[in-house]
Design a binder for this molecule. Structure first.
Ligand code: ATR
Length: 279
């Protein structure tokens, strides 16, 4: 029987995971399928109870990442640290899970700017939602000495600092420009700059020219933040690679082959998003 995996969300129509996994299934000529499952919050518990009847595993997206974590019999260390899971599989019948956003964020940064971690003493992270939680954890795990978080709602940034410890500092959203000069890496994890949202209005003047600017938004591929950073010569990292790299560990678990994020796959995604590559 062909192996099947799925992405579980609500809504789920927008998910690009079927495109990514479908591409790799064809590339490796694997007898497998990857489906979309729109599951309402009141049904997620029941759906996960019966997951093994139809699937070898799943991705989980908004709003189910915390509910999925709560169902895990074997959460790995990352899932435990984050209290969320986006990738599920079975080990000896037990529901196991992790969050691959941590891997996706770091793998794309490593591929884009090799050695970035040796140059980064301080990272400034904008936003304090689910994506920020994964990214703050990733930066601390990689050994970044100091992570500064700024969020519109200060209390959420403070909650992240309380969760992850003393190497985190919190600054007011209104004070970002005062700490910009201290950062070797600036990461936008907010939805600002996304198509249909206001831009992230930030005067980059205090930022060192060597500081890297990473925006996890990928529609548009080049956000106003990245365009401004590129124009003043800062190294920039777009959000599409994180989406592609976070899919790698799940595919390997379910289908037994570790896939590679290639320029051809990136082009395929860009075409689907109606975007084109920037210089
Ligand atoms: P995700 O899981 O993608 O991180 P989220 O948990 O909804 O999504 O978080 C969205 C982030 O974007 C939050 O940091 C949010 O700030 P608040 O915590 O204050 O809501 C931020 N954000 C969204 N719209 C914003 C805006 N107009 N100005 C500033 N920050 C904004």
């Amino acid at each position: 029987m062909s192996r099947r995996a799925c992405v579980i969300g609500h809504p789920v129509a927008h998910s690009r995971s079927p495109l990514i996994h479908g591409y790799w299934l064809r590339e490796h000529k694997i007898d497998g399928e990857y489906m979309r499952e729109d599951v309402r919050p009141e049904n997620i518990d029941r759906f996960l109870n019966r997951l093994a009847e139809r699937y070898v595993g799943a991705n989980v997206t908004i709003p189910h990442k915390e509910a999925a974590f709560a169902k895990l019999q074997h959460p790995d260390a990352i899932a435990q640290a984050l209290g969320a899971a986006n990738t599920l599989w079975f080990e000896n019948g037990a529901l196991s899970g992790t969050s691959t956003d941590v891997h996706g964020f770091l793998a794309h940064l490593d591929a884009s700017l090799p050695g970035w971690d040796r140059r980064t003493g301080t990272a400034l992270v904008l936003g304090a939602g689910g994506a920020s939680r994964s990214i703050v954890y990733a930066l601390l795990e990689r050994g970044v000495g100091r992570v500064v978080i700024a969020n519109r709602t200060n209390a959420r940034a403070q909650a992240l600092a309380d969760r992850f410890g003393r190497r985190i500092a919190v600054v007011d959203w209104a004070s970002i420009s005062k700490v910009l000069a201290t950062a070797e890496l600036l990461v936008n994890t907010t939805s600002l700059g996304m198509k249909g949202q206001p831009p992230l209005a930030l005067d980059l003047a205090p930022l060192k020219n060597s500081a890297a600017v990473y925006d996890i938004v990928y529609v548009p591929l080049e956000t106003p933040l990245l365009a401004a950073a590129r124009a003043r010569g800062n190294p920039v990292v777009d959000g599409l690679g994180m989406l592609l790299h976070q899919a790698v560990p799940g595919f390997e678990r379910w289908f037994g082959v570790r896939p590679i994020v290639t320029p051809a796959l990136r082009m395929r995604l860009l075409a689907d998003l109606g975007e084109t590559e920037r210089p």
